[in-house]
Structure formats: structure tokens, C-alpha cells
Design a protein around this ligand. Sequence first.
Ligand code: FMN
Length: 315
Amino acid sequence: MLLCVAGLMSSCASAENANSSVVTLPPPRKDGGMPLMEALARRQSQRELASTPLPDATLSSLLWAATGVNRAESGKRTVPSARNWQGIDVYVARADGLHVYDPAEHRLVRVMEQDVREAAGKQPFVREAPVVLIYVADAARMPDASADAVAFYSATDTGFISQNVYLFCAAHGLATVVIGWLDKDELGRRMKLGDSRRVILTQVVGYPAGQAESAPVKQAVADTPAVAWRDGAYRGRARGYVDDIVVDVVVRNGRIENVTVVEHKESRPLSAFRDMPRRVVLAQGPDGVDAVTGATVTAGALLTAVRQALEKAKP
Ligand SMILES: Cc1cc2nc3c(=O)[nH]c(=O)nc-3n(C[C@H](O)[C@H](O)[C@H](O)COP(=O)(O)O)c2cc1C
């Protein structure tokens, strides 16, 4: 299940029937942000990450910072590359599969459905991270280079990308650490990389543990238009699979700031309670929020409870 992307062609030699999908990313934010010197002062490795998914808006800007095109006329990137070979691809491993970043189109292309995070590092936190970036060098894009030169440029070019990711994370309150302790050949096998491609490093990215709720909420507040809810804390209730599900919705400055499940007796799947309150905040309401797979009744009740709470918040 591999898809051929212009410039990312060599993995296509082993392509199976195309069953890949393209994830369109929102435009990256290229303005504002933390001053560079402050981001440098905050740069650090952090290994305690929440499993909360990153919003697409954040992932979009992160990938652009990592290796996006910053000069459309030449197709050159936010990072230098030896002889402008642009020999490193950035893969995104998540629970929903393996994707490769296509800088020219600023999109993600899903190359396989399997979750390869467990092979992306020996430390247990790697497989729990919502996003694991995998830096893959393609020797076929470094023509005439000796094996030593390929190894050298693969390492240096990956280092630039990784440092951009570190700085982006420092500036956006995200946790990250670059990972060299892994079986690169095994990961390459799982990714079905062709002969010319090699994993160089991986890098986990997520919200710092303990800030899983506040950080996405801040992002949502920044990214969504104003909704005219009345400020306050509102409670809603709806019958779930086993018993009532009770939620509290907090509205501040006219926006949904937080959704908390305060009571439930559901036994599974708890992912509904982990993911859906955050999605409601990101969407600024229950409309358009998809139910967690396999949890239609529980998720539906949760959304109904949110709707009931928001009835009281109407102006
Ligand atoms: C090439 C490279 C490989 C690394 N591999 C790992 C790793 O496998 N696991 C890990 O926890 N940290 C890894 N690190 C992170 C270092 O341990 C970390 O950068 C170092 O302790 C300094 O901490 P700081 O980044 O907070 O300044 C790696 C760093 C580099 C540059």
C-alpha cells in the first residue's frame, strides 16, 4: 500500500495495489511565534509525553518548519541540504498508519495502514507518542556520492531537520526528543523501504505529559472563530450504553474552553472519553465531531450530553 509521490519515488518500486490516501494539511503558519532567542533558550529533550493527538494545524506548521518549501520559485526548503539533493524524507508514524510528508504539495500521503511506532525506538514512550517522525535518507538522490559521503550527508541533513523540529517544539510548548536507539534495519523493513533508503533517526513529538488538555485547548482558541456562547460552567447528561454520562462544559470569552466527563459507567472504549472532549473543544461544539470507532452509543451519548449543556449556554 504505497503511493508514488513526485520526488519520493524510490519507495514505489515495491508498491502494492495503491490503497493510499492523501491527508490535506491546513496552510502552515509562517508568521509570529516566539522570538528565536527565546526558543533557543527553551530547546530541550523531553521524554514524558501525553498521548493526546496533535491537531492538524499544529502538525502542518511542524512539518513545514521541519523541511517545508520556503522559496516556491526554487523549491528550496527551511533546511539546507548537501548540493540541494533534498535526500531526506520525513515520515509521520501515528496510530492511524504511516504517512510521508510531501513538501512540494504540503500534504501527507499515507503509505501504509500499520502503526510502526513500536519499532521506532527501544524506549517505551516512543510507541505512546502521538507523532513519531522518521527521517529516511535516499541514497538514490545523492548521485555519485561515495558510501561515506552518503552516510555523512544523510546524518548532517537529518540533523538540520531535527533541530528545526526541536525549535518549533520549544516555541509551541511541545515535547520532543530525537531517537537514535532503535533497530533501524528492522524499522526500514517494516516501512518496506527500498534498497536505496535508510532510516537515520526518529523523533517523537507530543504535548508534555500533564498538559494534554490545556495545550490543545489553547490551540483551538487560537484557531477557531468566535462562538457566542454565554460564559459559565454547564452540566449535561445523556444515557450511555450502561448508565448516564455526565459532562461539564466550561465557556470563557464566548468559547468552549473545556469539556470534562464527570460521571460514567461505560466499560469501553475509554478512547471516547479521552479523545472526544478534546475534539468538541477543537470544533467549538458537538456538530461535525465524529464518533470514536466502535463506540457509537457511548460517543453519541457524550455528544448529546454536550448539546444539552450548551443549550443552557445559548445567549
Ligand atoms: C543523534 C542523537 C541520538 C539520540 N538518541 C536518543 C535516544 O535514543 N533516546 C533518548 O532518550 N534520547 C536520545 N537523544 C537525546 C539526547 O540524549 C539529548 O539530546 C541529550 O541528553 C542532551 O539533552 P538536551 O537535548 O535536553 O539538551 C539523542 C540525541 C542525538 C543528538
